[in-house]
Design a protein around this ligand. Structure first.
Ligand SMILES: Cc1cc2nc3c(=O)[nH]c(=O)nc-3n(C[C@H](O)[C@H](O)[C@H](O)COP(=O)(O)OP(=O)(O)OC[C@H]3O[C@@H](n4cnc5c(N)ncnc54)[C@H](O)[C@@H]3O)c2cc1C
Length: 425
């Protein structure tokens, strides 16, 4: 059990009022394990649907990837829907395509209808480092437009100057349905909304054992929850409590730094319209300006999710390659976080028995899909499972040789794809 890690997010959000620890035995319709976006969105949609919900978090709300991420609202999934159609059939691709912008809409509603204050800025951009990536972006635009996103615009190298002042990119694609948020503020706002709807939240209450059956009994060190349904949303931070959920995915670390405050003028000279930006490399860089005018810059992957010793040493060269004008800039915060990678890079949803649901493995892009996942599991528990099952029916292969053996293989594969990115082939 831990408090928040030292990051720009824990520094700039009000985390001073913790939720209590579970110290009693209680009953609920649904028990949710995990207070990240997946668990919070599930609890929120279930509470809105009138069910009694208890959410138990091992540490603090947003302790995991949710309170550490780049804050980029990236639409769709970590694999495009035409790839889903090619690999798993037209029906599977169409079903996912019909939901590909829904997670982003859920977030915008939380901000605009439920008034969660989380430093939201509309607009994001993908940027290309070579011609091959530019052609991929053109394809991307056609595909997303076919499915209803008409807020995208392609930029060649010269017009991209109005989006980002960096010589590194040959062009880009902006998306008006994208944008950026302070993810920990959003998570804390969602938690508050859950309690306002009658849901109960307990922090520092790790699930240590789950007894399955008609009623699920969820054990924590000082209290139990008896629930008709359980939602497991521990993602890369899920401890050994459910080993069956660790076989088809691997935790991976990615690192972020935040500079000292740069001031409005310098920020304007980096990202003039305040978009969030990610490049199209396999091992991608992602960055944006924060509400208090720092550059928040993430990049790199550590397979297996080990904590690297010197994060600044890993990320600073990437930051300075993109923005040489910031050479030597002071870094105020540096942290790491784990996301969960599946072999197909599609999320892994499913059931254990008939009343335990799980959603995990968003493979790097999870801010929107976690919000969709929560909505879909609430529908499924209420008896409408077709949209949840569009995901749960996607096949997922176990990691050959388990996680330990996969780490070197995955790193080797990533190096190969990264080299292809650099060479533009
Ligand atoms: C550094 C970083 C940058 C990223 N940037 C982006 C981005 O810009 N855009 C984007 O779309 N995606 C991004 N992602 C991915 C995105 O953050 C994740 O996909 C998403 O937050 C996953 O949410 P989650 O709720 O499933 O998992 P998490 O947020 O990891 O939450 C899981 C929670 O479960 C709790 N838990 C685990 N075991 C137990 C237990 N036994 N009992 C009780 N609680 C337990 C953990 O403490 C944790 O709080 C990034 C990820 C990282 C790590």
């Amino acid at each position: 059990m831990s408090d928040y890690i030292d990051s720009y997010y824990s520094f700039s959000a009000d985390t001073s009022t913790p939720y209590p620890q579970l110290n009693e035995d209680i009953n609920a319709d649904v028990c949710v394990l995990g207070g990240g976006f997946t668990g919070l969105s599930s609890a929120l949609h279930l509470a809105k649907a009138g069910l009694s919900v208890v959410l138990v978090e091992a540490n603090r709300i947003g302790f995991g990837a949710t309170g550490r991420n780049g804050g980029q609202i990236v639409n769709s999934y970590s694999r495009d829907v035409d790839t889903v159609s090619q690999k798993y059939g037209q029906q599977a691709g169409d079903a996912l395509a019909a939901m590909m912008f829904e997670g982003g809409q859920i977030i915008r509603d939380l901000i605009e209808v439920d008034n969660i204050d989380c430093d939201y800025v509309r607009g994001g951009a993908f940027v290309a480092v070579n011609g091959k990536q530019m052609r991929e972006l053109e394809h991307h635009q056609r595909l997303w437009e076919q499915h209803g996103n008409n807020a995208m615009q392609l930029h060649d190298q010269s017009s991209l100057g109005s989006i980002i002042k960096s010589q590194r990119y040959v062009g880009g694609l902006t998306d008006g349905l994208s944008g950026h948020i302070h993810p920990l503020k959003l998570a804390l706002g969602e938690a508050k909304l859950i309690t306002q709807l009658g849901g109960r939240i307990f922090e520092q209450s790790p699930v240590t054992k789950v007894e399955t059956g008609e009623t699920t009994i969820v054990h924590t060190p000082n209290g139990k929850i008896r629930a008709k349904f359980m939602v497991v949303a521990g993602n890369a931070y899920l401890s050994h409590v459910m080993p069956e959920l660790t076989k088809k995915s691997m935790p991976c670390g990615t690192q972020i730094v935040t500079t000292e405050v740069l001031g409005e003028e310098l920020c304007q000279q980096l990202i003039p319209q305040n978009h969030c930006i990610e490049d199209c490399n396999y091992l991608l860089d992602y960055f944006r300006i924060t509400a208090d005018q720092r550059l928040l810059y993430g990049g790199g992957v550590v397979y297996g999710g080990r904590d690297p010793k010197d994060i600044e040493r890993l990320v600073r060269p990437k930051l300075e390659k993109t923005f040489p004008q910031l050479k030597g800039i002071k870094i105020d915060f540096a942290w790491t976080g784990n996301f969960l990678l599946t072999l197909s890079r599609l999320p892994e949803f499913g059931r254990l028995g008939h009343n335990i649901y799980y959603m995990q493995g968003y493979s790097g892009h999870g801010v929107t899909c976690t919000h969709l996942a929560g909505k879909l599991v609430a529908e499924a528990i209420k008896g409408q499972a077709s949209r949840f099952d569009a995901f749960s029916q996607l096949p997922h292969l176990p990691l050959f040789g388990g996680r330990a053996l996969q780490i070197p293989f995955t790193a080797l594969g990533a190096s190969y794809y990264n080299l292809r990115d650099q060479l533009g082939i």
